[in-house]
Design a protein around this ligand. Sequence first.
Ligand code: ZN
Length: 121
Amino acid sequence: MHEMSVAQNIIDIVLQHMPEENSHPVQTVTIKIGKMAGLVPESLEFGFQVLTAETPGMEKAVLQMEFTPLVIHCDQCQKNFEIDDPFFICPECNSANVKILSGTELQVTEIELDDSPKEKP
Ligand SMILES: [Zn+2]
């Protein structure tokens, strides 16, 4: 399952960002996931839960997903469009001369620790 290795990647990223003497468990991990990232959110969440259950400090971590829309740019009319379906045709001029600007990314955006001191800059 592809989602399993993606979930592992997310966990690796989280662990890399942990301070060395961190004693607070991870509460929430927020990721940005593009509509076109090619991942099944349910499978990703499942994989994340299975893997975090065996990862010290992450046993209770919750995966929060923010979906980013698919945005294309039309070379013909030089406009950007947010589209729901991956047809890759400009909704305005029907040109197929479009490129994807966003919607394929997968990014860890926030890691929240339980009981962490409230030190916001
Ligand atoms: Zn166009």
